[in-house]
Write a protein that binds this ligand. Structure first.
Ligand code: NDP
Length: 347
């Protein structure tokens, strides 16, 4: 059985969903009530692979909402309690979705292995970042040519280059795709220097310097809401892959000049899955589309690979990306691409 731990995109959205599910007492509560609400296993699902194999899964809402991010102890408790519930339900492999993997890493939850009487077994959990990195890399390779961008002549900026996902995307783009030049953006200098040394190249730039030069921009950092992008200073065409969370780039630049924004790290399954959980995540086709990190748990269950496949920081190798990418295609996932948007624009 696979598990997905997620959360709503906002407090308001969470209250609406709770009302729909009949949790009226929580729905009507204020943020303090939500802070003490336990995680809920809200849905069981069944998924059948292209290979014919059928597996069972469950969605656990951690009852965390982004408004709790500044409440360190609450955020920590929410993630650990949801993990405890997943383990107690006997789930083999569970993906930490949305902010939960970031909270796990940034708040160093490895130090909190014991929750009440449960010792968390880390091999039952994955961040899902390997599949996310593979999907984003493939989205660059598939969609840049659709806009007439020849990647062998293109500069690709990765914003969040030193992160877990970002560094894996940088490895793939430089060693597999063969781009003209990698532009690396993050705030701290030392990890950037280390990454450049590991890759044997790439240019370190500030965001302001990188944007006007980039034919493709991969966003794999949670950027401040106040960020402003001047579309007139961007290349035309310019492909932007919005891989961060929350996904809010299109409201800033889409439709301006030659800028094309694609939601990054999203996959589509070949057939409808009878679940409602992706409505919470505001997917365009919630019956089929999901975050690639969630799909990683599904893939690991299909492959009977019950291990914390993506874990820690900067451990994602090209070999692991190959493995999860091949599984992704074999079991019926495709990456979200621009075709639909381009057809609509041409009509
Ligand atoms: P990490 O914390 O490992 O990496 C974050 C990276 O962003 C670091 O390089 C960090 O470097 C950089 N960064 C943070 N803030 C800024 C800023 N203001 N300007 C420039 N760089 C910045 O995160 P992950 O790799 O695990 O995740 C990256 C993003 O992907 C997150 O937003 C996450 O929510 C999202 N995600 C999306 C998924 C999906 O859509 N399927 C699945 C999983 C994650 P520094 O601190 O030095 O600036």
């Amino acid at each position: 059985m696979f598990g997905l731990i997620g959360h709503s995109t906002s407090f308001e959205a969470a209250r609406r969903k709770a009302l729909e599910l009949g949790f009226d007492h929580i729905a009507e509560g204020d943020l303090d009530v939500w802070c003490s609400a336990p995680p809920q296993l809200v849905e069981h699902v069944e998924v059948t692979s292209l290979t014919g194999k059928t597996i069972q899964g469950a969605y656990i809402d951690s009852c965390f909402v982004p408004e709790m991010l500044s409440r360190f102890k609450t955020a920590r408790r929410k993630v650990l309690n949801a993990m405890e519930l997943a383990q107690k339900k006997g789930i083999n492999i569970t993906a930490l979705g949305g902010f939960t993997s970031i909270i796990f890493e940034n708040f160093n939850l490895l130090k909190h292995q014991t929750i009440r009487s449960t010792t968390l077994e880390w091999e039952r959990f994955t961040t899902g970042n390997t599949h996310t990195a593979w999907v984003i890399s493939r989205q660059v390779e598939i969609n840049a040519p659709l806009l007439g961008i020849d990647l062998s002549k293109a500069r690709v900026a990765v914003v969040g280059a030193t992160g877990d996902i970002g560094s894996a995307v940088c490895r793939w783009l430089t060693q597999r795709t063969g781009i003209k030049e990698l532009l690396m953006v993050a705030r701290q200098q030392q990890p950037l220097n280390d990454l450049r040394e590991e890759l044997g190249g790439g240019r370190i730039l500030s965001l302001d310097e990188a944007l006007p030069e980039a034919d493709v921009v991969v966003w794999v950092a949670s950027m401040p809401r106040t960020l402003e992008i001047d579309a007139d200073r961007l290349q035309n065409p310019c492909l932007m892959i919005d891989g961060g969370y929350p996904k809010n780039l299109d409201s800033r630049v889409a439709g301006e000049g030659g800028v094309h924004v694609l939601k990054g790290g999203i996959v589509e399954f070949g057939s409808d899955i009878g679940w409602t959980m992706m409505e919470i995540a505001e997917m365009e086709k919630p019956q089929r589309q999901m975050f690639a990190c969630f799909a990683e748990a599904i893939l690991l269950e299909f492959e009977a690979c019950h291990t914390n496949f993506s874990w820690g920081r900067n451990n994602i190798t090209l070999e692991k990306m190959d493995f999860i990418g091949a599984a992704s295609m074999r079991h019926g996932f495709t990456t979200l691409n621009l075709q639909g948007q381009l057809q609509a624009a041409a009509a």
